[in-house]
Design a binder for this molecule. Structure first.
Ligand code: NDP
Length: 274
């Protein structure tokens, strides 16, 4: 059994599955559906999607993957800021539910801050919650000042960029969320499969444990409480590796080696977005 944390009133495994870039190429669809199902079988039961991904097509892929097994999945989707008005949120949620083939989301996030007053978006989220269409709501790409302005304990999570290359949140946002008991959902935990995984220090730590650099990156984010990660993987070998990363414990020496490649923030850094 994978380690879990409490998110939006449920026990959720600390490693989930991202879906950005899925649904963009019809020729990949079968493989994407199979990958998500493989991930579910490996215990990666949280699926993160958004109306933005493939302009709805990623949600359709997820819908196909979870058909007949909705109750095994903790389903997260996101509303575009330009749809985050009172009426817009309701309509966007209905469209997402239809594409996903379900009558409820477990968690619904504002993808990033836009032109509508936060209170208006929150009111629409609360109405969806009363109607049972969403379990809880949260936000994404909110820096500390945004969260303080939101000032709502009902906000179930803040999903932000977090990996060794992008660790500015450790200075203030992450400790604040930990104090509030608001889980931080780390997106791009593998740095999108780029330079992070080719980094020498990451590779050396991986070699010492007989694991991959990707597993080190996930274990690094998960070294602290109240953090979950949502790596995206289409390759079945990657899914197996990612699921196993929950068991990897990094030593103090490992963490120091990663710190020398990617120093911890010494001062406030504006939250970065991808
Ligand atoms: P990730 O950091 O998850 O990297 C994904 C890439 O890493 C893919 O190319 C994947 O390849 C590769 N990969 C996965 N597992 C492994 C492994 N074990 N070894 C080597 N390579 C691996 O990037 P994402 O941008 O996808 O971020 C994760 C998720 O976060 C998104 O899919 C999305 O759901 C969410 N997100 C949210 C944002 C927001 O604004 N709220 C912004 C960006 C992302 P392959 O597919 O071939 O397995």
């Amino acid at each position: 059994m994978m380690r879990t944390l409490e998110l939006a009133g449920a026990q959720v495994p600390v490693i989930g599955q991202g879906t950005w870039r899925m649904g963009e190429n019809p020729g990949q669809r079968r493989a994407e559906v199979a990958a998500l199902r493989e991930g579910l079988e490996r215990g990666l039961r949280l699926i993160d999607t958004a109306e933005m991904y493939g302009e709805g097509c990623a949600e359709e892929v997820v819908g196909e993957a979870i058909a007949g097994r909705r109750d095994q999945v903790f389903l997260v989707s996101k509303v575009y800021p330009h749809n985050a008005s009172r009426a817009g949120v309701t309509a966007a949620c209905e469209r997402s539910l239809k594409r996903l083939g379900t009558d409820h989301l477990d968690l619904y996030l504002l993808h990033w801050r836009g032109q509508y007053p936060l209170a208006e978006t929150v009111e629409a989220f609360e109405r969806l919650r009363e109607q049972g269409k969403i379990g809880r709501w949260g936000v994404s790409n909110f820096d500390l000042d945004d969260l303080e302005e939101l000032g709502d304990p009902a906000c179930a999570t803040n999903q932000v960029l977090y990996n060794p290359q992008e660790r500015g949140v450790e200075f203030d946002l992450l400790p604040w969320q930990q104090r509030q008991g608001m889980p931080l959902m780390a997106y791009c935990p593998l740095g999108q499969g780029g330079a992070l995984l080719a980094n020498r220090a990451m590779g050396q730590v991986a070699q010492q444990h007989g694991v991959s650099a990707a597993q080190v990156a996930l274990a690094w984010a998960l070294r602290q409480p109240n953090v979950l990660v949502i790596p995206k993987a289409g390759d079945p070998l990657h899914l197996a590796e990612n699921a196993a990363a929950a068991d990897l414990q990094l030593s103090e020496a490992d963490l120091q080696a990663i710190d020398s490649a990617y120093p911890a923030p010494a001062r406030k850094q504006r939250l970065q977005m991808v």
